[in-house]
Design a protein around this ligand. Structure first.
Ligand code: NAD
Ligand code: UDP
Length: 313
């Protein structure tokens, strides 16, 4: 089995490469390192692993037969996609188009890494896959949300019109080792602030909610979905919802930090609630998350400490 993982040098992509190699796949990681790093894949010295530096908004061809394409390439942190708006739109649109073209040529199965952001600032909580969302197309987050919504639309069009075998996973907030220390997302921000004794920056009043999934659970869900025969989008995430303020308190408690909580402006269009309805994943894939928040956070904190990332800030 030969698999391509786009965005394979990023946080989730590198864990997926590990997992596929364990399952015996030959893995080709395609990444332009715009938000990823080869440090995430340097431990992969298997002769079944290849890394190609390439921007997937440009076409890519392979002589050998490809069986599976996991399309994860895209800036994912709000800070990244606000700094890289055009690249984010291009990778969702042109990148997805190019990889669907490759899937068509190769007869490969294609999986799109979509996102809970397709639901925008949801008016329904928890969010089932049948919810169409509440997205501001011209707001600053629109570049990411609409890129992913377009990516879903073109994936379904290739499925319906060309008969391509496709999968769409809607990923909810996921965390774990190999997140960039300074990627701006709430998990690395709060952990690094707590470890270094800096103030913990809660945006708004912290009443907005998220639910956090540990990376190993997410990767298992993605793999099961790819190997299933289900074409419609499937939510993968952890339904344990909490407010951002509660989350800050958990981080302070686990790290034993003396950091204080401070309040800063809420980013524009920041979703007020987010929680996946995972009934479909449970029923179709027999999947549900296993790793408790405190266990996953301890492993993540250990990673940030182990790698001396504090010094690299
Ligand atoms: P990440 O930034 O760590 O990884 C993204 C990777 O894609 C990086 O290595 C980056 O260099 C690469 N990339 C970006 N544009 C590219 C291009 N044009 N060509 C080639 N490579 C390119 O982010 P992540 O958290 O690992 O997210 C991976 C995927 O999962 C993304 O598609 C993201 O939208 C999706 N997702 C993640 C989460 C989450 O909580 N982590 C939530 C929802 C969706
Ligand atoms: N957030 C926060 N402080 C930070 C970083 C993020 O309060 O230092 C909040 C952010 O406003 C959002 C939530 O935490 O409500 C999750 O943010 P993240 O950037 O991780 O991802 P999002 O869920 O918004 O895509």
């Amino acid at each position: 089995m030969k698999s391509i993982v786009t965005g394979g040098a990023g946080f989730l992509g590198s864990h997926l490469c590990d997992y596929l190699l364990e399952k015996g796949h030959e893995v080709i990681c395609v990444d332009n390192l715009i938000t990823g790093t080869t440090k995430n894949i340097e431990h992969l010295n298997s002769d079944r692993f290849t890394y190609i530096r390439h921007d997937v908004t440009k076409p890519i061809y392979f002589g050998d037969k490809i069986d599976y394409i996991f399309h994860l390439a895209s800036p994912a942190s709000p800070i990244d996609y606000l700094e890289l708006p055009i690249q984010t739109l291009k990778v969702g649109a042109l990148g997805t188009y190019n990889l669907l073209g490759l899937a068509k040529e190769q007869g490969a199965r294609f999986l799109l890494a979509s996102t809970s952001e397709v639901y925008g600032d949801p008016l329904v909580n928890p969010q089932p896959e049948t919810y169409w969302g509440n997205v501001n197309p011209i707001g600053p987050r629109g570049v990411y949300d609409e890129a992913k919504r377009y990516a879903e639309a073109i994936t379904m069009a290739y499925h319906r019109y060309h008969g391509i075998d496709t999968r769409i996973v809607r990923i909810f907030n996921t965390y774990g080792p190999r997140m960039r220390v300074n990627d701006g997302r709430v998990v690395p921000n709060f952990i690094m602030q707590a470890l270094s004794g800096e103030d913990i920056t809660v945006y708004g009043d912290g009443s907005q909610t998220r639910s956090f999934c540990y990376v190993s659970d997410l990767i298992e869900g993605i793999y099961r979905l790819m190997m299933s025969d289900f074409t419609d989008p499937v939510n993968i995430g952890n339904p344990a919802e909490m407010s951002v303020l509660e989350f800050a308190k958990v981080i302070i408690e686990i790290t034993g930090s003396k950091s204080k909580i401070v309040y800063e402006n809420l980013p524009v269009d920041d979703p007020k609630v987010r929680r996946p309805d995972i009934s479909k994943a449970k029923e179709l894939l027999g999947w549900e998350p296993k790793v408790e928040l405190r266990e996953g956070l301890s492993k993540t904190i250990e990673y940030f400490n182990d790698f001396g990332l504090l010094q690299q800030q």
